[in-house]
Design a protein around this ligand. Structure first.
Ligand code: SF4
Ligand code: SF4
Length: 437
């Protein structure tokens, strides 16, 4: 069968060979660990500790601030040094708990469980109590995602193993090294939705992962692996749903309205750890890549560890990078520095010796239409970016600017190097912020 895909999209050089063949390396946490209260979509978590308190690894240090929120757990044992504002990867100051790591990893005890003994409600409760959120970047609390209005209509649980973003290989390594946990997590979610099929979606540039997962799901009646065409942004939620089910959604239709729930690989593994082992979310797999780093590979890092500590443990830079990106080059964002903590949603740092934007200044549009052809949301990025640059919110909304999935394809293919995606993204975020108010 030919690989499944969506309409539109582009083919950037994937650059995965830099880091994909090295096994995941576990990193020791830093001396100072910073836990942000906003690591998810929804209300910030509320601190449960004060300065001077002693904490254990696995202890809840902040509780969920509302139903759409998630608790935060200490990933080390030590002493609370401060409750203060610290900068997130975007440079915004947010409330944080700072813990001095005592290096002992004194851990709380957990309550493991057999899946057969758990009811649907118990599974969702264990996911909620473990602070699991979408670890692919969105940070939407997983217990909310698994509680749709009409659960009986859910017929597809999609595991997003496409990993279409160039340079990133953490999902790939998890598919190879943690296939058992992934299948275990998917079994937990399928128990919540008895009418659904579990589909593990992997792009056809990852044959070893496809083979590994096909063998891991063999004999599992409600699970299968779907091979996806290697194309960017195959892993965007809407692209994936369309490719697998043929159903189209837009910004006013939830995936659940189309019978689908999409989770990324790391999240499903975290679900297994929470439901079966009783362990809260305290670590994640993190790609370090780009031509400026000495040891590009994937690291198992504790949440709260700084990017600076990760880079140091990973061997540092070959030369000072001109550009550092949190995430990958298509959907990530430029970092102002490395004094930033890993959160539940931080997946990668990509460091470049040269800044491609600085080297290629923008010129005028030559009306080639490449941005229109590549846009997976079927928009006119050339016009939308002009409208955004003029600050015309009404026209931007009328021309469906809010349907942009912020994939960056338009900027990537533009021969005039116009920063289309950043103009559209910034206008979109301004309108979303106003709507939230
Ligand atoms: S307009 Fe948005 S969705 Fe379309 S290509 Fe550009 S960034 Fe992607
Ligand atoms: S790709 Fe660039 S040059 Fe071509 S139409 Fe779009 S904005 Fe204009």
């Amino acid at each position: 069968m030919s690989p499944k895909t969506f309409k539109g999209g582009i083919h950037p050089k994937d650059m995965k060979e830099i880091s994909m063949d090295q096994p995941i390396t576990v990193l020791a946490p830093g001396k100072e660990m910073v836990f942000l209260m906003s690591q998810h979509i929804g209300a910030p978590a509320k601190p449960l500790v004060k300065k001077g308190d002693t904490v254990m690894m696995g202890q809840m240090i902040a509780e969920a601030g509302a139903f759409v929120s998630a608790p935060v757990f200490s990933s080390v044992s030590g002493t609370v040094k401060a409750l203060e504002k610290r900068k997130n990867a975007l440079g915004d100051p947010v409330d944080a708990i700072v813990i001095e790591n005592d290096g002992l990893d004194t851990e709380v005890s957990y309550s493991p469980a057999e899946l057969s003994s758990l009811k649907k409600e118990d599974i969702i409760e264990r996911i909620k109590n473990a602070g699991i959120v979408g670890m692919g970047g969105a940070g939407f609390p997983t217990h909310v995602k698994l509680s749709p209005k009409e659960p009986d209509k859910i017929d597809h649980i999609l595991v997003n193993g496409s990993e279409c973003e160039p340079y990133l290989t953490s999902d790939y390594r998890c598919l190879l090294e943690n296939s058992g946990e992934l299948v275990g997590g998917l079994e937990c979610i399928l128990k919540v939705f008895p009418g659904a099929q579990g589909v593990i979606c992997i792009e056809d540039n990852k044959p070893l992962a496809i083979e590994k997962m096909k063998s891991a799901v063999s004999g599992k009646e409600r699970m299968r692996v779907e091979v996806m065409k290697t194309k960017y942004p195959e892993g965007a939620e809407r692209s994936l749903i369309y490719a697998v089910t043929g159903r189209s959604i837009n910004s006013s239709i939830l995936p659940a309205d189309a019978g689908c729930i999409v989770n990324n690989v790391d999240t499903v593994i975290a679900v297994y750890e929470a439901v079966i082992k009783g362990r809260p979310l305290m670590h994640r797999i993190f790609t370090v890549s780009g031509d400026a780093v000495k040891n590009a590979r994937n690291y198992d890092v504790r949440i709260g560890m700084s990017y600076a500590d990760i880079l140091e443990e990973a061997g540092g830079f070959k030369e000072t990078p001109e550009k550092m990106i949190s995430g990958g080059p298509m959907m990530g964002f430029a970092l102002f520095g490395l004094d930033v903590p890993v959160t539940k949603t931080s997946g990668a740092i990509t460091c470049f010796l040269k800044d491609p934007v600085k080297e290629n200044p923008a010129s005028s549009c030559i009306k080639c239409g490449r941005c229109v052809k590549g846009c997976p949301a079927h928009l006119m990025p050339c016009d939308l970016s002009d409208i955004a640059d003029h600050g015309d919110k009404e026209a931007f909304t009328e021309r469906y600017g809010m349907e942009c999935v912020e994939c960056g394809s338009c900027s990537y293919v533009c021969p005039a190097k116009r920063p289309l995606a950043s103009s559209i993204k910034s206008m979109r975020r301004t309108i979303l912020a106003e709507r939230r108010k």
